[in-house]
Design a protein around this ligand. Structure first.
Ligand SMILES: [Fe+2]
Length: 240
């Protein structure tokens, strides 16, 4: 079911396991003044959710925001065949079978008047085969002052299973809006990440929605800055 977060912005969640941990996943929907809806990181939707969606606007854009969040985009596009599937750069070669309409250009700085985005450069994640670029596009909805992240920060708290809480305490991210130690170890080009963080901090956001964790509703910019302190720190020039 969709949950209204603010004017013209909704989320919906579903359970999801990653490496045996309950991390859940969340999609974000933004309605533009035109009535068009942007769906960021779609989940599997049931009929009730589809009915809700149809009642609030026209699904026009489906976005796979990074190289790992594409699992449900094809089924979503099958429900909304007229919507355009836009993907993070690199996904067109990683998953060429996806029904892609557009690869988001890293040179554009705005796709829509009301939603800005940027590529979170050089940030890497560990998957089962090693460290890989995430190539995540992060979004800013101006009217609701909301930053929308997918895998660039987590925020696990007591609403998650005890095992997930324990893992988050061990690798970072428990009750903190931040990447985990894994991403810090995986990422070599920290200066590039720092530049992306600084660009994000130039946006006037008060809320952060992420794919895995509890939404941050207050003081979000300070929390984001603190969560990325390691990338912003003075040791950057000497880091590998
Ligand atoms: Fe994810």
């Amino acid at each position: 079911m969709l949950r209204e977060i603010d004017q013209n912005i909704w989320v919906a969640e579903q359970p999801l396991k990653y490496l045996g941990l309950d991390v859940g996943t969340r999609m974000t929907l933004i309605r533009l003044v035109t009535g068009e809806i942007i769906v960021i990181s779609p989940i599997q939707v049931d009929n009730d959710t589809i009915n809700q969606l149809n009642a609030i606007g026209d699904v026009s854009y489906i976005i796979a925001p990074n190289l790992y969040h594409y699992l449900f985009v094809s089924s979503f596009k099958a429900i909304y065949p007229k919507a355009q599937l836009w993907v993070a750069p690199g996904l067109e070669s990683k998953k060429s079978e996806l029904p892609i309409d557009k690869v988001i250009s890293i040179d554009e700085n705005s796709m829509f008047n009301e939603v800005e985005y940027l590529l979170f450069d050089a940030f890497k994640v560990f998957d089962l085969k090693g460290p890989f670029l995430l190539n995540e596009c992060v979004f800013f909805h101006q009217k609701s002052r909301t930053l929308i992240l997918t895998d660039t920060a987590f925020h696990f708290d007591e609403s998650f299973s005890l095992t997930t809480q324990l893992a988050a305490r061990l690798i970072g991210g428990y009750k903190k809006l931040s990447p985990s130690l894994l991403e810090k170890f995986a990422t070599q080009e920290k200066d590039k990440v720092k530049q992306s963080v600084q660009k994000v901090l130039a946006w006037d956001f008060k809320r952060v929605i992420m794919a895995h964790g509890s939404i941050i509703e207050s003081d979000a910019k300070r929390k984001f800055r603190e969560g990325y302190e390691w990338f912003l720190g003075t040791s950057l020039t000497t880091a590998a």
